[in-house]
Write a protein that binds this ligand. Structure first.
Ligand SMILES: Nc1ncnc2c1ncn2[C@@H]1O[C@H](COP(=O)(O)OP(=O)(O)OP(=O)(O)O)[C@@H](O)[C@H]1O
Ligand SMILES: [Mg+2]
Length: 304
């Protein structure tokens, strides 16, 4: 398909007033750098994420305790659980680095604490793999000959020494895929890890986790629960669309929150942000490829 020519003046700053300044700076780049490579780092703030952040921030203020209160964040695939945990963890790390720098009066440096660590839950809640995942997060090189007890000891020591206040365990449903005896073993493992370190776990998983929790009293009693829902088609939905419109570095404005387009995007994504993200990614590629440089109702009809 022949591309329509882009007007020569298109990349001038005056034309990019519809974009966030950071997106303006990207708008002149080729497709690969502008959309493909940048998409995974695109963050859209939303109310549910703010609520989770507020809850997680409180964990940082809570000193280690004998019986820490864990949290389960659950919701269907694509509602943004991992993205929220990721974003919060990087924010905590950045804030922490800034604080350390401001307190480092003579510029000699110091040991940085690691308030939050994030790792994946291994399939069937396998104990050795769980310790491996945690040790890798601490930047440890694993030796195949290291015994389980040694790994366990090292994990506990590092958690205490590095000032960890919360452990973020993603894909928690992995742990519940095993047989009953494996699940029982995992329950005990979680109980011991949190009790002995005094550090709570914030777990994220799909709704299947919640169903298992409801059946297994042992787990249920140790975790508060927080459900992430699909978006509703309200003012928040339109706000999210406006944010995408400002952040996707296309050279012409897209009115994503306009009633017709907003409704179409809702109908296609069913309010799941992961789905919306997929649709807008494809749309952004098509907008650049065609030379249209904006997302319209017509373009969405073409790609979906
Ligand atoms: N706040 C956000 N800003 C921008 N993009 C987002 C946001 N939340 C989710 N996404 C997009 O949606 C995709 C799916 O989100 P995510 O992986 O966080 O969902 P999930 O709830 O962890 O799903 P699963 O249960 O399958 O692991 C992400 O890869 C990202 O592209
Ligand atoms: Mg996830």
């Amino acid at each position: 398909m022949e591309r329509p020519p882009i007007p020569a003046k298109i990349a001038t700053e005056a034309d990019l007033g519809h974009l966030h300044p950071k997106a303006q700076a990207l708008a002149h780049l080729p497709l690969e750098e502008r959309i493909i490579a940048r998409w995974p780092s695109l963050w859209i703030g939303h109310r549910a994420a703010d609520d989770v952040f507020k809850t997680l921030d409180r964990y940082l203020l809570t000193p280690p305790s004998i019986r820490p209160r864990n949290l389960l964040i659950f919701g269907e695939s694509g509602v943004g659980k991992s993205t929220i945990l990721n974003r919060w963890e990087s924010r905590v790390r950045a804030d922490n680095a800034k604080r350390v720098e401001s307190e480092d009066h003579d510029g000699a440096g110091e040991w940085v604490v690691l308030p939050a660590i994030r790792f994946q839950t291994p399939p069937a809640g396998d104990e050795a793999k769980l310790y491996n995942n945690i040790l890798l997060e601490f930047g440890m090189r694993l030796s195949p000959s290291m015994a389980l007890a040694q790994k366990e000891l090292m994990v506990r020591r590092l958690i205490a020494q590095c000032g960890v206040r919360v452990m973020l365990m993603d894909e928690f449903h992995n742990a519940l895929s095993g047989r009953f005896d494996k699940r029982l073993h995992f329950n005990v493992l979680i109980k011991n890890l949190t009790n002995e370190t005094g550090v709570p776990i914030v777990a994220a998983g799909t709704e299947s986790v919640d169903q298992v929790f409801q059946k297994e009293d042992q787990l249920n009693r140790r975790f508060n629960r927080l459900k992430l829902e699909r978006m509703k088609m309200d003012g928040e939905w339109r706000r999210i669309l406006r944010a995408y419109g400002k952040l996707i570095p296309l050279r012409r404005p897209s009115d994503l929150s306009e009633a017709g387009l907003s409704e179409r995007l809702y109908a296609l994504s069913k309010g799941v942000i992961g789905e919306l993200s997929n649709i807008l990614y494809d749309a952004a590629l098509a907008a650049v490829d065609s030379g249209e440089e904006c997302i319209t109702d017509k373009l969405i009809r073409l790609i979906r």
